[in-house]
Design a binder for this molecule. Structure first.
Ligand code: DGJ
Length: 727
């Protein structure tokens, strides 16, 4: 059983094949943390509990203080506010007396096979109860009647577990949750680098790393979405960890709103990580009998470096996060109208795109922004989701029929959570957007934000979308989201619930997205937020792919896709070849191939030479689809400021084929000629189908691939496909 309870010593041990996570019910029913790291087989681990350290004036529980125990200096399993633990706390509940002192202690637990879904929230899932085992620990704050359930699900085969927390009000008085992080994780030392993904529009998920220091280090979003600025991902990599060796712990929150990841290194040089909903502008009123569920945190442990941490995330997400018909179905190779036409299109222009796309072997036309209301620029019509028949003469069905007649599927763009001040919807319902009394509403890309916490608002948008989706043969929807939340208030909620709106907005979006996905299961949903401003595991529960960035320059994309690959699998990464770049079509295609692949350009303007390259890319897309999408990623050279090249590859599960991509970002005189490959079978022999050379996996991984005659001018690139040959 992956979850074991030693009833004598009251110790929980949660094992995967490669990791162990251990905590204990200590005296007075305090939950103390004992260990998280590489798998250890022992059942007798009670000696780990002896941690006697002196802090500065650390308060003690009168009953057990003489044992050296203090919640301020021992590693706590779920840290509480205001009752002695002066470090960052995961939980703070203001009770009816007005104070937020909180103290939850163990009451009972149950262990069961499988994994429950989280109410109203996206989460990982199992296909069968054998895929995972769950531990639910019931704790209680005796004074306030807050029951807090700590949930742990172990995915034994993945080196991964998930965490969540549910708070129930079992008292007769209302209480206010001021903070409820999804997990608290303790590390006895501070010899870690904190890795995270920062960015902005066109520069999303850039990897950065810094050493832990005494004090608090944090990554937050309070933009109302997971955001371009910081992704809800952090990793702690041991000082000596590299891509291929050493310990790395990855944390990724399944949530699309305001999040916080805080790490405090204390006086004792131990580190505590808490991660969950950002407590800024958050306060949730819990009436008697009500409960609140915190989003799920995914925790991955690797003892084989940062690369293996990423591969565990990828396998886990491909199998237990991505869902629906498109989970394993091959994604259509698409062409999107945005960079080809922006708002300037009509039915004939789109059909002309489709005709040329068909000749090239492209499988789907996506009509982006501009098809509805009077949307001839970005100043109007969001919320008016009816077809502009001045542009699409003959209507949407007629356009789709013409596109389908060519043999192409058809996709459409929406931005369901937004409303333009210049729209029929806003004129009819000015109270439907987020707002606070008396304050002017900030404008972002000329638009306001709908109050997604309101059911009437969601129902209206659902009906508008559903009538288009029901009455037309639509295969794909791009769901965009182009601004951050401001003046976050709802006209319907009472004052004591206004700080719930940030979270209610996210829940409302999930509800609407869930309805669309459930009612139209054949539709491939691609999320987007001004590029990749909402690229998170919460969104991936609804859309198996997310537009990674509006930046389609292949050299700049290297950094974005490299950072994204830290925890998100290639199958989720929306990547297109566009016309807008100084780099040639070869490299555009080679980089976009490490994604869902498609085009974002006017195909009629392509030159003969470009058409030839595109046709080859379409063939390559099909040839390499399986190894890229079902293989394991190995990062070879990171696109850092000091490297002239970037390289990575995919190796099939049975190691019989592999595809490696090399990009020269900047030529240098002493170019490196040997690159050591990874992930191959040392005992297999591989044919390089370009050069016809045959080498063993051992040679390719130890001596390396000799790249001396390959292109190395700035911006050049190539892919090397290796196939096993039997002697
Ligand atoms: C932002 C997206 O990232 C683009 O791809 C495009 O869909 C525009 N929005 C349309 O307004």
């Amino acid at each position: 059983m992956p979850i074991f309870f030693d009833s004598e010593n009251k110790i929980f041990k949660l094992d995967t094949k490669t990791s162990s996570y251990i905590f204990q019910v200590f005296e007075e029913n305090y939950l103390i943390h004992l260990y998280y790291g590489a798998y250890i087989p022992d059942n007798g681990v009670e000696s780990l509990a002896m941690r006697n350290c002196n802090a500065s004036f650390s308060p003690a529980n009168a009953a057990i203080g003489e044992h050296g125990f203090s919640v301020d200096s021992w590693p706590m399993e779920y840290s509480c506010n205001g009752t002695g633990d002066m470090r960052i706390s995961a939980l703070a509940i203001r009770n009816h007396c007005g104070n937020a002192s909180t103290d939850v202690r163990y009451v009972s637990h149950r262990i069961f096979k499988g994994k429950p879904a989280l109410e109203g929230l996206p989460s990982l899932y199992t296909m069968s109860d054998d895929d995972a085992t769950t531990l639910e620990v019931e704790t209680l704050d005796k004074i306030t009647g807050a029951k807090v359930y700590l949930l742990y699900t172990v995915f034994e085969n993945y080196g991964a577990m998930t965490r969540s927390v549910r708070v129930e009000n079992s008292s007769d008085e209302p209480m206010d949750i001021q903070r409820v992080y999804s997990a608290c994780v303790e590390f006895p030392t501070m010899d870690y680098n904190m890795m995270h993904l920062y960015g902005m529009w066109c520069k999303e998920r850039t990897l950065t790393s810094r050493h832990l220091a005494h004090g608090i280090q944090s990554v937050h979003s309070k933009r109302g979405s997971s955001s371009h600025t910081h992704n809800p991902f952090v990793a702690l990599a041991r000082d000596d960890a590299t891509e291929d060796f050493g310990e790395a712990y990855g944390f990724n929150l399944v949530y699309s709103g305001n999040f916080a990841a805080d790490i405090e290194v204390d006086f004792n040089s131990s580190a505590r990580l808490i991660m969950g909903i950002n407590p800024t502008d958050f306060c949730w009123r819990l009436d008697p009998g009500e409960s609140f569920t915190a989003p799920e945190l995914v925790m991955v442990y690797s003892s084989e470096g940062i690369g293996e941490m990423s591969r565990i995330f990828h396998r886990l997400y491909n199998n237990h996060l991505i869902r629906g018909e498109w989970k394993t179905k091959k994604r259509p190779l698409l062409i999107n109208s945005w960079e080809a036409a922006y708002f300037d299109f009509d039915d004939d222009k789109l059909v002309a795109f489709a005709e040329r796309a068909k000749e090239l072997g492209i499988e789907m036309l996506v009509m982006d922004d501009g098809w509805f209301g009077v949307r001839n620029d970005d100043r109007r019509s969001l919320g008016d989701w009816y077809v502009n028949e001045n542009k699409l003469k003959g209507g949407l069905s007629s356009l789709i029929e013409r596109v389908n007649a060519l043999g192409l599927k058809f996709g459409i763009w929406y931005e369901p959570e937004m409303i333009s001040p210049d729209s029929d919807l806003y004129r009819a319902h000015p109270d439907w957007c987020l707002q606070v009394p008396g304050r002017e509403k900030s404008i972002g890309r000329n638009q306001y934000i709908l109050d997604m916490s309101r059911k009437d608002v969601r129902d209206n948008i659902y009906e508008q979308m559903a009538s288009v989706l029901r009455n037309n043969k639509i295969d794909y929807v791009k769901w965009d989201f182009n601004r951050n939340l401001t003046e976050v208030g709802s006209a319907l909620l009472p004052p004591e619930r206004q700080q719930e709106v940030f979270h209610r907005f996210v829940l409302g979006t999930y509800e609407l997205m869930g309805r669309i996905v459930n009612d139209f299961p054949h539709i491939l949903l691609e999320n987007c937020s001004g590029g990749g401003g909402r690229f998170d595991p919460g969104m991936l529960c609804f859309s198996p792919q997310i537009w990674c960035s509006d930046n389609t320059d292949p050299i700049e994309r290297l950094t974005i896709q490299f950072g994204t690959s830290m925890c998100y699998p290639v199958s989720t990464v929306g990547a297109h070849v566009s016309a807008n770049s100084r780099t040639g079509y070869e490299t555009k295609g080679n980089v976009a191939m490490s994604g869902t692949f498609g085009y974002e350009l006017d195909p009629i303007k392509l030159t003969e030479e470009e058409l030839r390259i595109v046709k080859r890319q379409v063939r390559d897309y099909h040839k390499y689809y399986d190894v890229i999408h079902y293989g394991d990623l190995y990062r070879l050279i990171a696109p850092t400021e000091n490297s002239h090249r970037c390289a990575w590859g995919y190796v099939s599960q049975d190691k019989s084929e592999a595809l490696f991509t090399f990009v020269t970002m900047l030529r240098c005189q002493n170019s490196q000629f040997y690159v050591r490959l990874k992930g191959l079978d040392p005992d297999k022999y591989y044919l390089d189908d370009e050069t016809d050379e045959i080498h063993s996996g051992a040679l390719l991984m130890n001596a390396g691939l000799n790249l001396k005659n390959r292109p190395c001018r700035d911006g050049s690139s190539y892919m090397i496909y290796l196939k096993e040959v039997k002697n």
